[in-house]
Design a protein around this ligand. Structure first.
Ligand code: NDP
Length: 286
């Protein structure tokens, strides 16, 4: 067989991106699958996003991820946006089909997969509280609503942003989504099955920060999830554990959104255990 020195390329465009561990996880998956693929972690400032996408086209890249601050801005540079990414209003994964670049959103799906696979909870007919109304919250609320959650309550500090998101997503999904302003400490009471922190509170380096929520009257068995993955054991999750509540950390969402991306790019099932291990190693978690 003739030698083939040309690797297939995928990438992550972000700003800042240096501390994003996704490359270690995807490259471990490529190795495991025997693929000569490379994942490039690329610093792209907002004013150069257009050129970066043109570069991806010129290089014949198989796809790329977007992280802060490009998830919304990238959409105008693509040939197509998949229906659910359009509904969410953000793209975190782009795949190439022929010459066309197609935007997808795997964040909410990755989160949901983790809830089912790692925590053993089916969100159908569950009552959910989501803290936050940013990009991660939008993706999670959309997928929870589409998965049949019986009630989704969005709690956010900025009323304007929270109300706009809830109006938009309840109209688009046709599912019950409500809003409450986050004033002082939010008390989680009795009948909630799932609490999701989809804010950036507790994210490194501000690791001592904890979302102002009171868990004392939460129902036994309520699942507490955090999207923050650095550190994986946030103060919120530690507090929930301390009360005997089941928890799901942000690494779960990170791995599964990446696993869905791997499948979109390669057409192969992702080696999830290998990806989890590589991610933990890259983050110094052993
Ligand atoms: P955004 O900036 O879009 O949204 C941030 C949200 O956090 C807003 O709702 C904001 O409220 C809220 N918030 C921030 N600080 C505070 C505070 N002090 N008090 C109350 N609310 C606060 O960020 P993203 O949605 O893109 O990201 C959120 C988190 O999700 C990040 O930590 C990110 O790393 C993580 N993430 C994890 C993923 C994973 O795979 N695990 C994937 C994607 C994101 P307000 O509207 O009032 O400003």
């Amino acid at each position: 067989m003739p030698a083939d020195f040309q690797a297939e390329l995928v990438a992550c465009f972000g700003h800042p991106v240096r501390e994003n561990p996704t490359g270690a996880m995807q490259e471990a998956a490529f190795r495991e699958a025997g693929l000569n693929w490379r994942y490039l972690t690329v610093e792209v400032p907002p004013e150069r996003l257009r050129e970066a996408v043109q570069g991806a086209r010129a290089f014949g890249m198989r796809g790329f991820n977007l992280t802060i601050p490009h998830k919304v801005a990238v959409m105008e540079h693509l040939d197509e946006v998949a229906p659910d990414a359009a509904l969410i209003g953000a793209v975190n994964t782009v795949r190439r089909e022929g010459e066309r670049l197609i935007g997808e959103n795997t964040d909410g799906k990755g989160f949901l997969h983790g809830v089912r696979a790692d925590a053993g909870v089916d969100p159908r007919r569950r009552r959910v509280v989501v803290l936050g109304a940013g990009g991660a919250a939008r993706a999670i609320v959309t997928e929870l609503a589409l998965a049949g959650a019986s009630d989704v309550l969005v709690v956010n500090r900025s009323v304007e942003r929270g109300e706009a998101m809830v109006r938009d997503l309840s109209a688009k999904t046709g599912r019950p989504i409500r809003f409450a302003a986050w004033r002082g400490v939010y008390e989680v009471v009795g009948d909630i099955d799932l609490l999701v922190n989809a804010t950036s509170i507790g994210l490194f380096p501000d690791v001592e920060a904890v979302p102002p929520v009171e868990l004392a009257r939460a129902r036994a068995g309520m699942l507490v999830c955090d999207v923050v993955f650095n550190p994986p054991e946030t103060r919120l999750l530690a507090a929930a554990r301390g009360r005997g509540l089941p928890v799901l950390d942000g690494l779960s969402m990170l791995v599964y959104q990446g696993a869905i991306g791997f499948k979109l790019w390669t057409g192969l099932e992702a080696p999830v255990d290998v990806m989890k291990r590589a991610l933990r190693e890259a983050m110094g978690l052993g």
